[in-house]
Design a protein around this ligand. Structure first.
Ligand code: GDP
Length: 444
């Protein structure tokens, strides 16, 4: 997650302000240092960090907190507002006919993002089409075609043509029934003149409404040059940050946003076609600060519902945090959860459960990967309803029977029971904790 540790380190520092009504200069210095440390280690540009910390310092010392506001709330609010200011609004993408051009270096995640974005638009009731003009990277055509099939969206590419401009032109004609055209382009390992010439030619033919720069979240300071060059050649309106599931950095991408005076459009959160989120600054910062983001959670739940046809009454993630949690629930919910993404990301979105609290859990408490989920689901199909309701009653002989029935090993069954126990314990812990009311009240 981008800037992942900012939330927990900041909350630790802010907690020292608990009970204080006045904030000293030293308090502010300490908080600002913590923010600087986090942002710099996430590769955010030094000048941006300095600007942000100066603003926070100035406001915290000069502004008068409203009567009755605890110092901690007051400072947190300023930090929140300044971070929202730094990151800005999300790139405007109206839900109507449009053409989007993707630019970026090879491996940044363009092809994957083109199919993901098309899928996202299709969930909004539009008819998208992906046009694949990457004739440089072998495999790009096949990869895009397969992903678009999975996303059930229109696709155009031509592996027998090595002229990207012609492909773009033909593609627009061939997919004229679509509302949203997403044009994927070739990348290179580095910024080379022929790459820039090629994308300028494609841009001339496509005449995009929006050009997005695709950046790997792990990119560091190199983002600045890339952003500048692409911006000069085709004009960048927004950034897609990919692979935020794999890094705690992401600062480079923020630098690119600043450099191109643009904004963030989407976040890529995994390798599957549905692993994409529209960027929402408020929710993003809330999650960063461990506030949770129920809006995003609701969207994911809704999406998961549609795919699994689970009745709304059957699955509400907040239910999981209230009543008892049985294996039976786990099975019913597993597919829905699978479609929502990794459980730790889901937890990040529930108010009060993100950041610090999650960090206190054992590493594997939330480690339910899709493969494991699939295996668990097969195992649970071989259990009786009673066993699922009272997993504690499952003994050695049942384990043997379940393993045989599901074609798995006894070790697999034990692993499932172990995972269940860990999840149950975690959820009980959450039930006990509740959410950080103070933070939520303040953000209202
Ligand atoms: P391109 O060369 O810019 O078209 O890049 P690709 O779309 O082929 O992506 C490069 C690699 O990154 C592929 O292995 C993708 O599966 C992977 N990838 C792309 N986006 C994400 C993401 O959001 N998360 C993860 N984990 N992997 C991603």
């Amino acid at each position: 997650m981008v800037l992942d540790d900012l939330g927990s380190s900041l909350r630790g520092t802010l907690d020292k302000l608990r009970g204080k009504s006045r904030i000293s200069e030293e308090d502010i210095e300490e908080i600002v240092k913590e923010i600087q440390r986090s942002l710099l280690s996430a590769d955010v540009d030094v000048s941006l960090v300095m600007e942000l910390s100066d603003n926070i310092k100035e406001r915290a010392l000069e502004e008068e907190p409203p009567a009755g506001t605890p110092a901690r709330d007051f400072v947190l609010r300023i930090v929140y507002e300044e971070l929202v200011g730094l990151i800005g609004d999300s790139t405007e993408l109206p839900l109507e006919e449009q053409t989007i051009l993707l630019a970026g270096l090879q491996g940044s995640g363009k092809t994957t993002s083109s199919a993901k974005m098309a899928w996202w638009f299709s969930t909004k009731g539009l008819r998208p089409a992906v046009i694949q003009t990457d004739t440089f990277r072998p495999g790009a055509y096949q990869q895009a075609k397969e992903m678009c099939e999975r996303a059930e969206v229109d696709f155009y590419g031509n592996p027998d043509n090595d002229d990207p401009v012609e492909i773009a032109r033909n593609g627009l004609e061939e997919t004229s029934d679509a509302d949203v055209h997403i044009v994927d382009t070739a990348g290179r390992h580095a910024l080379e003149d022929d790459l820039i010439d090629e994308i300028e030619d494609i841009e001339g033919v496509v005449q995009p409404d929006t050009s997005l720069l695709v950046l790997d979240a792990a990119i560091g300071q190199g983002a600045k040059d890339q952003a500048q060059q692409f911006d000069e050649s085709i004009g960048i309106d927004g950034v897609v940050i990919t692979k935020i599931d794999g890094t705690a950095k992401g600062g480079g991408a923020l630098t690119a946003v600043d450099q191109t005076d643009s904004s963030i459009a989407f976040l890529g959160t995994g390798e599957e076609v549905q692993d994409i989120e529209r960027f929402e600054p408020d929710g993003f910062i809330s999650r960063l600060l461990g506030m949770g983001d129920l809006g995003q959670l609701a969207e994911r739940v809704e999406r998961a519902m549609e795919q699994t046809q689970v009745e709304e009454d059957d699955w509400d993630p907040e239910d999981m945090l209230q009543g008892s949690f049985t294996l039976h629930d786990m099975q019913k919910q597993m597919e829905a959860m699978n479609n929502m993404g990794p459980l730790d990301q889901v937890m990040d979105m529930i108010p009060g459960f993100g950041g610090g609290i999650k960090d206190q859990l054992p590493d594997d408490a939330m480690d339910v990967t899709q493969d494991r989920m699939r295996k668990f689901s097969v195992i649970m199909d071989s259990m009786t309803e009673a066993e699922k309701e009272y997993p504690k009653a499952i003994g050695a002989s049942q384990i043997e029977r379940i393993a045989r029935g599901s074609g798995t090993s006894e070790e697999d069954v034990r692993e499932l029971l172990q995972q269940y126990k860990m999840m149950e314990k975690t959820i009980k812990q959450f039930q006990g904790m509740g959410s950080d009311k103070e933070m939520q009240r303040m953000m209202k």
